[in-house]
Design a protein around this ligand. Structure first.
Ligand code: UDP
Length: 415
């Protein structure tokens, strides 16, 4: 297990985004939870939404007076292969969990648990399935509250995987899902289920306001023609994110808008061994079309520039736990077209902050509609940013956690 260092952040810098009541409530619960020790545990400090959130949440909770450590577990290729299949199958992919894979998963959890001997936390938040079995190999004190935070869409899981995982998570004091519909059926014995939507940090390098000139300057360096329309999808190269469907939608829209460009931007998370294979598949599909720009492992500034200066952002996922990229895009005032699935539905109000689409055809159609209606894009831009300000900023997410900690500490039940 490794401690992750984060940059210092101050809540005071966020007050301009918040309602007075939210600030009061944050301070109220922070006072009650002051000095409480919290461990956040996940698989990786880089790549993907969980790492993204923890880089902001951890220092802000520290600023509020809690003592928060962020730990990543130790893993190797074979462990990540297994946990990637957990991720896919818990989102519904077919397959049977093999005994060998169970052993690999448990061996690494057992190995990581050997680092926990001197642990002394009030709250331990375990993110996603990778470290979920740590508790199996750890003797927890009664006062310690363990919380499992599920970031994926487990509404229709492959039961062979879910049943295996369930035996561990039902021993937790509480669990958090993004939406009610993500709790698989027959999970009545899960104690203290809470629902918390993820969030973005409006002041992170990726989300703080960038001037359009600067954004366009960066795009030029990425070999994008800023005079031509641009649609962009930013996400891991993963079948659930449907980059191949995005290329199909782009090609269809390009029949109407011939100078259309598409940027597909993805990072290779350390816990995602399938990524390279799917990147190559995407590159093959893009072929010789030089208006498709595939950009890999680029920095936050470039992502911010793409989210700011693209005409439309896509998140055409086929399954999506939440989709931070949607909130990030809306926050920058760029309309987002998203797959009509999971957490994307929480963020896109169809026709108001963007469009929800069910097919390649629908996606292409909405790309054309928006590009041909600048006034509509402007309206969506304002509505999207306001939606995120009200519902999906990191401060709301922290408040939800503090409420949960408080309720668990006081009554053993979440609010
Ligand atoms: N991301 C990034 N660079 C990339 C691709 C993705 O910084 O090339 C970030 C993206 O901005 C977002 C996170 O990775 O903050 C992806 O989170 P999301 O919830 O959309 O998807 P996940 O990868 O967790 O399924």
């Amino acid at each position: 297990m490794q401690l992750v260092k984060t940059e210092e952040k101050k809540l005071a810098d966020y007050v301009s985004f918040l309602e007075k009541e939210t600030i009061q409530e944050l301070n109220y619960f922070a006072k009650l939870m002051k000095g409480k020790k919290v461990a956040m545990v996940n698989a990786t400090s880089f790549g993907g939404g969980v790492a993204e959130k923890l880089h902001s949440m951890v220092p802000l909770m520290q600023d509020l007076g809690l003592e928060v450590d962020w730990w990543t577990i130790y893993g190797e290729e074979k462990f990540y292969q297994v946990t990637k299949s957990f991720h896919n199958c818990l989102q519904g992919q077919q397959g049977v969990l093999k005994e060998d894979d169970k052993s690999i998963y448990l061996d690494y959890n057992c190995l990581n648990a050997s680092y926990l001997k001197n642990w002394n936390y009030d709250f331990v938040v375990i993110h996603d399935p990778q470290p979920a079995a740590l508790l199996e190999f750890y003797e927890k004190k009664e006062s310690e509250k363990w919380i499992w935070r599920c970031h994926i869409d487990t509404s229709c899981p492959n039961m062979s995987y879910w049943n295996f995982l369930y035996q561990f998570i039902k021993k937790y004091d509480a669990s958090i899902f993004t939406m009610e519909e993500y709790v698989p059926q027959d999970c009545y014995s899960l104690p203290n289920v809470a629902f918390i939507a993820p969030s973005i940090d409006p002041l992170s390098a990726k989300n703080k306001t960038m001037k359009m000139d600067e954004a366009k300057h960066i795009l030029k360096h990425l070999n994008i023609n800023v005079e031509k329309p641009l649609i962009t999808q930013i996400s891991r190269f993963d079948p659930w994110k449907d980059p191949l469907g995005v290329i199909d939608a782009y090609k269809k829209a390009k029949e109407v808008i011939p100078d259309l460009q598409l940027a597909l931007v993805g990072s290779m998370a350390t816990d995602d061994p399938e990524g390279w294979g799917y990147l190559f598949k995407t590159l093959r599909k893009a072929g010789e079309d030089h208006d498709i720009k595939v950009i890999v492992n680029t920095g936050d500034r470039e992502v911010a520039a793409l989210q700011t200066a693209s005409d439309i952002l896509l998140q055409k996922s086929l399954r999506e736990g939440f989709g931070l990229t949607v909130a990030e895009g809306l926050w920058k005032g760029t309309p987002v077209i998203g797959g009509n699935v999971g957490g994307i539905r929480l963020q896109i109000e169809n026709g108001i902050t963007g469009y929800l689409v069910n097919s390649v055809e629908e996606c292409a159609d909405k790309i054309v509609t928006l590009l041909q209606n600048p006034d509509l894009m402007k309206k969506m831009s304002l509505a999207g940013r306001e939606k995120v300000r009200k519902e999906f900023l990191i401060t709301r997410n922290i408040l939800d956690y503090l409420r949960l900690f408080y309720r668990l500490a006081i009554t053993g039940k979440p609010s």
